[in-house]
Design a protein around this ligand. Structure first.
Ligand SMILES: [Zn+2]
Length: 171
């Protein structure tokens, strides 16, 4: 029997090679997304466009109880006027892969997200986003080159890389 590394109960999922239970995994993901969003990010009655079902579920969970107008679409529409924020989803793998790819080409790409855009998935790896979606019965597919860092055998590096990218953005 495998034991959840968080609560000690039966855990039959994997998280960074450790065993975890469904409840703790979902909570871990939701808590990180919520922290990523921050408390003062949105104002009352902000109109938010969210692209993608997983993104919508995570956003709604993170802003539960806040008076916001959330509109969701499968794809980014041509007209995006009138929204205070546009929430999109690109995983840590995609952001990291793009960053490393940029470095290799001699360029520094720091996400390139415009101010109004908010990337809700960047605190999650492909694996985490996929597992969360599966557990919640949400259709989800990562967009970028799949497992860019995994193929290099650098699973743990993703978190460090992401931290560095975040630091660099502040400069
Ligand atoms: Zn647990």
């Amino acid at each position: 029997m495998t034991t959840c590394y968080v609560c000690g109960k039966k855990g039959n999922l994997k998280h960074l090679d450790r065993d975890i239970c469904k409840k703790c995994f979902l909570r871990n993901v939701e808590r990180r997304v919520k922290k990523h969003l921050g408390r003062r990010m949105f104002k009352k009655d902000d109109k938010i466009l969210v692209i993608g079902e997983l993104e919508k579920v995570l956003l709604e969970n993170a802003v539960k109880g806040m008076p916001l107008k959330i509109v969701s679409r499968k794809k980014l529409p041509k007209l995006i006027q009138g929204f205070d924020y546009i929430v999109v989803g690109r995983t840590m793998d995609e952001v990291g892969g793009e960053f490393l790819g940029g470095l290799m080409k001699g360029k520094l790409i720091l996400g390139g997200m415009k101010k109004k855009f908010f990337n809700i998935l960047e605190v999650l790896t492909d694996e985490e986003a996929e597992q969360y979606a599966k557990l919640k019965d949400i259709k989800f597919k990562v967009l970028g080159e799949k497992g860019f860092l995994d193929t290099l055998g650098l699973k743990e590096l993703k978190y460090n890389l992401y931290k560095n990218i975040k630091e660099l953005r502040k400069l």
